[in-house]
Design a protein. Structure first.
Length: 362
C-alpha cells in the first residue's frame, strides 16, 4: 500500500479500463487509494470506486468534452484497436494516443504516462515472424533494437516520446507477454479462451487438443498475469529510478506447454492430446461451437451465451502457433527493485476458479 502522503494530488486516468490490463490496473490503483478514472468506448460499472468516462479516442471533440472536468496526473494507456493492415494499425493507434495527449496537454497536469504494448515489439506483426523467418534472439531484452519493419507499437511509443518532450512528463513502456486475467469481450484473452474450449471438450467428451506449433509445445515460454503487470506499472510510475525506461514484464518463471497443457486438462478433468505433427487451429474448432456453448450457458445459467464475447481463438492461435520459443529477460526491472513473482500454473488455475465462481464457465 502507498501512504496517503505519497498519494497527494495523484489522479489516474486508465485508458482501456474494460480490458484485461486496464481493468486489473484500475482495481489495483483503487485498492491503493488512488482517485481513478476509467476511459473506454463502452464503459462498464463493474469496478467499485472507478469513475467511468465514455469517449472515442479517434474523435477530438468527444475526448475534449469527456475530459472537461478531468485533470489526471498519471495516464495509463492500455488499449489498442485491431485493423486489417499494419499501415492502418499504425495510423489508428498512433492517432488515439496523440489525440489523448494533445487534449490533456492544455491542462498541464500530466506528470507521468505509462504505455502497455507487448512482445510484438521484438517479434513484429505476426506475418513478419511467421513468414519471413527473421526471428529475434531469445530471451528478449529491452535494449534490442527495433526491427526494420512497420510496427504500430513503435508509432505508439513515438507519440509518447514526442508529447513527453513537449509537456515535460516522465514515461514508461511495459511489454507483457500473453496476458492472463479475467475480462469479457476482450480481443486477446488466452486464459478465458482455453477455459471455454476445455469446458466444451468436457461437455462433448472430447480430448483437449493442442492447437499450436511444435516449437511452442516443446520450447520454453512465459506469460504475464494481469495483476503482475498492474504491480509493475504502479511501481514504475511511482519510482523515480524507473522513469523513462521500457520494461519487459512476465510472471518471472518459464515453462513448456507440453508440461502445462496436461495440467490444464487435469484441472478440467478431461483427456488431452499434445502436438502430433500438425497445427490444429483452435479457431477452426471453436467457429463451429457457438450453438454448443449457448446450450452450456443456458443449462448452467452462465452470464454470457455468446462464445465470441469470451473466446478469442484467433489470438490464441497466433500465440501458440509461433515457429519459435518465446521468453523474456526480466533483469532490468529486477535490478531496480521490482520483485513481484507469480507461478504461471497458479495464474491459470486461479483464473479458471474465478471464471467458474463468477458463472462465466460451468
Amino acid at each position: 500500500m502507498y501512504s496517503q502522503q505519497t498519494l497527494i494530488n495523484k489522479t489516474a486516468l486508465v485508458v482501456g479500463a474494460t480490458g484485461i490490463a486496464g481493468s486489473n490496473l484500475a482495481s489495483k490503483l483503487i485498492e491503493n487509494g488512488w482517485k481513478v478514472y476509467g476511459l473506454s468506448r463502452k464503459p462498464k460499472n463493474d469496478i467499485e470506486g472507478l469513475q467511468t468516462i465514455a469517449a472515442d479516442l479517434l474523435n477530438i471533440e468527444s475526448l475534449t468534452a469527456a475530459l472537461k472536468e478531468v485533470s489526471p496526473t498519471h495516464v495509463f494507456f492500455t488499449t489498442w484497436m485491431r485493423n486489417d493492415t499494419e499501415d492502418e494499425n499504425i495510423r489508428v493507434n498512433s492517432t488515439m494516443i496523440r489525440n489523448l495527449l494533445d487534449v490533456l496537454s492544455i491542462k498541464k497536469t500530466v506528470r507521468h504516462v505509462s504505455l502497455v504494448t507487448g512482445l510484438k515489439h521484438y517479434l513484429g506483426p505476426f506475418d513478419a515472424y511467421a513468414t519471413t523467418g527473421t526471428l529475434p534472439e531469445t530471451p528478449l531484452r529491452e535494449e534490442q533494437p527495433r526491427l526494420d519493419i512497420k510496427n504500430f507499437y513503435y508509432a505508439q511509443e513515438d507519440e509518447v516520446y514526442t508529447a513527453a518532450a513537449r509537456d515535460g512528463f516522465t514515461w514508461n513502456i511495459h511489454r507483457p507477454h500473453t496476458l492472463i486475467g479475467k475480462t469479457i469481450g476482450n480481443a486477446m484473452n488466452m486464459g478465458t479462451t482455453l477455459a471455454v474450449y476445455a469446458s466444451i471438450c468436457k461437455k462433448e467428451g472430447l480430448p483437449f487438443i493442442w492447437p499450436g506449433s511444435e516449437a511452442q509445445w516443446n520450447g520454453l515460454s512465459d506469460v504475464t498475469d494481469a495483476k503482475v503487470l498492474a504491480d509493475q506499472i504502479i511501481w514504475a510510475a511511482t519510482s523515480s529510478e524507473a522513469h523513462n525506461l521500457a520494461f519487459n514484464i512476465t510472471n518471472g518463471d518459464v515453462f513448456r506447454w507440453k508440461w502445462l497443457w496436461p495440467k490444464i486438462a487435469e484441472w478440467f478433468e478431461i483427456d488431452f492430446e499434445g502436438y502430433n505433427g500438425t497445427i490444429k487451429p483452435l479457431q477452426t474448432i471453436l467457429d463451429k461451437k457457438d450453438v454448443v456453448w449457448r446450450e452450456i450457458a443456458q443449462n448452467k445459467q452462465l452470464i454470457e451465451e455468446d462464445i465470441n464475447q469470451l473466446a478469442s481463438a484467433w489470438h490464441t492461435d497466433l500465440d501458440l502457433g509461433r515457429p519459435l520459443e518465446v521468453m523474456t529477460d526480466m533483469s532490468r526491472s529486477r535490478k531496480l527493485g521490482f520483485s513481484v513473482y507469480k507461478a504461471t500454473k497458479d495464474s491459470f488455475f486461479e483464473l479458471f476458479a474465478q471464471l467458474r465462481n463468477d458463472k462465466i464457465i460451468p
